[in-house]
Design a protein. Sequence first.
Length: 490
Amino acid sequence: MVNLDPKTQPKGGLVPAAPRRLYANIKTVYPRAIDGRFRRLKWAVMAFCLAVYYITPWLRWDRGQWSPHQAVLIDLAHRRFYMFAIEIWPQEFYFVAGLLIMAGIGLFLITSAVGRAWCGYACPQTVWTDMFQHVDRWIDGDRNAQMKLAAAPWGPGKIARRLGKWAIYLAISFSTGGAWILYFADAPSLTHDFFTGHAAPIAYSTVGVLTATTLWLGGFMREQVCIYMCPWPRIQSAMLDEKSLLVTYKFWRGEPRGKAAKDANAPAGDCVDCGLCTAVCPTGIDIRDGAQIGCITCALCIDACDKVMGQLGRPRGLIDYATLEDSEREQAGAAATAHSKLIWHPRTLVYLGIWSTIGCGLLFALGTRQHLAISVAKDRNPPFMLMSDGAIRNAYAIKWRNMEDRPRVMQLAIEGVPQAKMWSEDMGKANATRSLTRTIAADQTDPVRIYVTVPSGTTDASIGFVLKALDKQGGEVHYTARLDTPANAD
């Protein structure tokens, strides 16, 4: 870049101007500890999320002698997903897809109702960052002590503190990666194999990658992930309107800012410019600057401001949850609307309706699904064969599927096409019949090659198969397959 302003040019002529900086320097955030209703809520949510993550793989669920007893298990080797009493097979992946869709719409619903509450309370980045920040306070002290230590020269004391803190970081990160792999195999067995060196290489590599990413993202990058890396704040900006409930600084109450004046008649707002709302913010923003991408709606600034207002004997709520519409009404002198009424606006109800409909649909499909299934694949080359007695033979590869955790006796029968008969490879044509009975092992698929003969002159273009369970639970499924004959050959 060249400076072309003649008024600023030296006698020597044009000189290059100083280059513009396109990036700001990273400012380390040292959030101050605060107590209040929202901080206690964050404690509760963090404890719940961590408990669910770390404890769930160790929960047991009795599924009988033929199935694993881990309550929640993603069994990739056998292509099964277990969640307590529910077992999902590969062909039922629509249940997983439905849950993912519900999770996405749930984010829309939460954003529409209470802004980025997911980001402020339950997002894994927030939960683990919050945990690392508590480690900082435990080792280094609160905000002022941390800043003082960071500015101090390196010495034995600072090195010891840093190494101790980073060792705890590493232990937390390692336990995070270790807990993740337990969802994909039996937790006690995999834990034993992992520490004795007998686990699969993928287990060690997965733990290594997750340990590194947890340590880096939660231990060091922290708020930078929320501000610069995460796409959700950008998506959220398109979902907010004047009816969205957000953490808001009520400037008409707070301005002009100033210290608590000795002169009661001096013009001043309720904000005493103490900076506590900024000091407690985990992303380091000043909520008094208005809505911004760094606000994760954790509401710790509300706790901080309410504490100061209480000490000064002034009304709480200078920083509070509010909508733009309600803020304008309150600025005009009207009373603030209850938060419970602000949540239920039309868009929130639409999201809730969509989310509930999908959930009810999944529950209905789960409650009405059969625990047996059949798949039929017809031989295409040759499409049929003419037997010596004039009969027409078609061949099919049929899979009988038992989706129960116990063996079941099942019967495969032909529907329609009078005089049609079938036999399998383990029985002769002389024993051909219209139905076959087999015992299918628990949680297994039994492939069988079936030959079907029909009399000469048959013109039917399809044939039906019905698979029935002969136990007390019962159940049956039907399948219609193509039947090739000289009469319908293309």
